[in-house]
Design a protein around this ligand. Structure first.
Ligand code: NAG
Ligand code: NAG
Ligand code: NAG
Length: 518
């Protein structure tokens, strides 16, 4: 697969345009007074999608290749999608970014450079996950078990969150990513306004008995670290968003209810996610959740409604915006045959989800962005190349044309309205734009003109994947010295960033679970 097209000349011709887009330090999305804002303090709300294997596409290793990547971002802009979520690593078998502790695959980095440049060219912002909780094939190294494996001190994968050497490796990785100079744009990843936000990790889980405390202490340590290196970019956890029994929401909204204090609890509790304290942590700019009715064994529509309603209601305790950053509903696919649902169920699920998003946006109750998994874009082979084809949405499907498209263009019209008031308490960005460090056309690295497989035996990610997910308690198959806490009731400032939140009186990460009423 992979097309070997002579397109270096096209690339050079467009570089000048690209460089113009990259000038200026402005253009970062901030959180002010609990909502996303642009430079002019106008609220930013968004409709977007998740993309799969864009790095491999950029390198002509799969999925329609570079041409499809270019086409996808161009089409995304035309469709008014403004934010795209991606993994900051490839997932194809045997093809990794960090291949050993501190050892990086320059080819994979160049692929990511190209993806970021294409997003910028189309004025699309990115949310990027630093690494993964999951592996999709046995040769994957960009996930937590590789980090613990690279140490001599961690005993198991979930020691990732507490083992000092694993944390050191994670921070080294974060630093490597944020200080990476994009070979196409010349911008450091950590100071590139195209990168709106980072996920600390895709769907962190820790199934040890004290997993929730361990994830919380990990977030508390690493989120401020990210912000210290990338103060203009936003940070969220990247988790599914399950609740712990210390909040009544665990019984109300988790996919499996749990009684307080049960040993181990139900599987959502055993993931170690602790939605409210996790997103209350310093360095976390906004809350985000995922929703996978099939994988979680809750395809009934009532679950989806409750899951969204609970997290939307909880934004009033966090004082931060909420993003549904990953959700999907499959048609058939990998579920056991008796659990498979058809296109009508998928349509109904999408409909209720976008209706809920619309209602929250309209009423200003906290949900500010939505990104589905995933869009087939312009790649005619997208549905064939990957193992999550059952959840992939084609542009000519009724889900797209009747639900996603109308929602997205209505949002675009709203965001384009010049009469919108500025957000109260927000300070517009002023000051001289910083000049780009973009390299000259002659020295800028060209995108690959031929596909060079990184290792022998690189194949589609799906070939090595095993489908054991739903049975294993909702395990996902697809794909996703701090300062004192804020003064109660005050507008707090994220200490290294520029985000401000309206922290409700008396609520802290330590007590938020007990303050929430259901
Ligand atoms: C751990 O490292 C060994 C040897 O380097 C390797 O064979 C194994 O696949 C690794 N396991 C994981 C989970 O990365
Ligand atoms: C969408 O397009 C594909 C490829 O062109 C075609 O096979 C399919 O029938 C179309 N589906 C609908 C619902 O129009
Ligand atoms: C994008 O949004 C604009 C409104 O700002 C609208 O006119 C246009 O039709 C939308 N594009 C699509 C493909 O829906």
């Amino acid at each position: 697969m992979g097309l070997a097209l002579p397109r270096a000349s096209v690339f050079l011709a467009t570089l000048a345009v690209t460089a113009a887009l990259f000038s200026g330090a402005q253009g970062f999305i901030r959180v002010q007074n609990g909502v996303f804002v642009d430079d002019q303090c106008k609220e930013f709300t968004f409709s977007g999608y998740n993309t799969w294997q864009p790095i491999e596409s950029a390198l002509n290793l799969c999925c329609g290749g570079y041409e499809a990547l270019v086409g996808q971002f161009k089409e995304a802009a035309r469709q008014n999608f403004t934010v795209v979520r991606m993994f900051g690593f490839p997932v194809q078998r045997g093809f990794n970014l960090q291949t050993a502790a501190g050892v990086y695959n320059e080819q994979a980095f160049k692929g990511m450079d190209t993806v970021i440049a294409e997003a910028a060219r189309n004025n699309v912002k990115l949310v990027i996950a630093f690494m993964n909780n999951w592996n999709y094939n046995p040769l994957q190294t960009d996930w937590k078990c590789s980090y613990t494996n690279w140490t001599t001190t961690a005993l198991g994968c979930d020691d990732f969150y507490t083992d000092p050497n694993s944390i050191k490796l994670y921070k080294n990785h974060v630093r490597t990513m944020l200080t990476r100079v994009n070979t196409v744009t010349g911008l450091e990843y950590g100071s590139d306004p195209t990168i709106m936000a980072w996920n600390l990790m895709n769907e962190p889980r820790n199934e040890k008995p004290n997993g929730a405390q361990e994830i919380q202490s990990w977030i508390t340590e690493v989120a401020p670290y990210v912000k210290s290196l990338a103060p203009n970019q936003l940070v969220t956890v990247g988790e599914d968003g399950f609740y712990q029994p210390a909040t009544c929401q665990a019984n109300q909204a988790n996919p499996v209810a749990t009684t307080n204090g049960g040993p181990g609890g139900a599987w959502p509790v055993a993931t170690g996610n602790d939605y409210l304290p996790n997103h209350m942590a310093d360095g976390i700019d906004y809350a985000s959740i995922h929703m996978w009715p099939d994988n979680w064994g809750r395809t009934d529509k009532a679950f989806g409604q409750t899951w969204l309603a609970a997290h939307i209601a909880d934004t009033k305790y966090l004082g931060k915006p909420l993003v549904l950053e990953e959700f999907g509903k499959a048609v058939g696919g990998y579920l056991p045959i008796d659990k498979q649902e058809g296109p009508e169920a998928q349509y109904a699920y999408y409909k209720q989800t976008y209706d809920a998003a619309q209602a929250s946006l309209q009423a200003n109750t906290g949900l500010k962005g939505i990104m589905f998994w995933r869009w087939a874009g312009v790649d005619p082979t997208a549905k064939l190349a990957d193992f999550d084809e059952a959840a992939t949405i084609a542009s000519n499907s009724s889900v797209f044309t009747e639900i996603i498209q109308p929602f997205t263009s209505a949002l675009a019209r709203k965001n384009a309205d010049p009469t919108r008031a500025a957000v109260t308490g927000c300070t517009p960005v002023t000051g001289a734009p910083t000049t780009t460090t973009a390299k000259t056309a002659a020295s800028a690295a060209l995108p690959p003109s031929t596909a060079v497989p990184p290792t022998s035996g690189a194949t589609a990610a799906g070939s090595g994947a095993t489908a054991t997910g739903a049975a294993a308690g909702g395990r996902r198959l697809m794909q996703g010295t701090a300062p004192a806490p804020a003064a109660a009731g005050a507008v707090s400032q994220n200490f290294v960033g520029k985000s401000t939140f309206t922290t409700p009186a008396g609520i802290t990460a330590a007590n938020i679970n007990s303050k929430v009423t259901c």
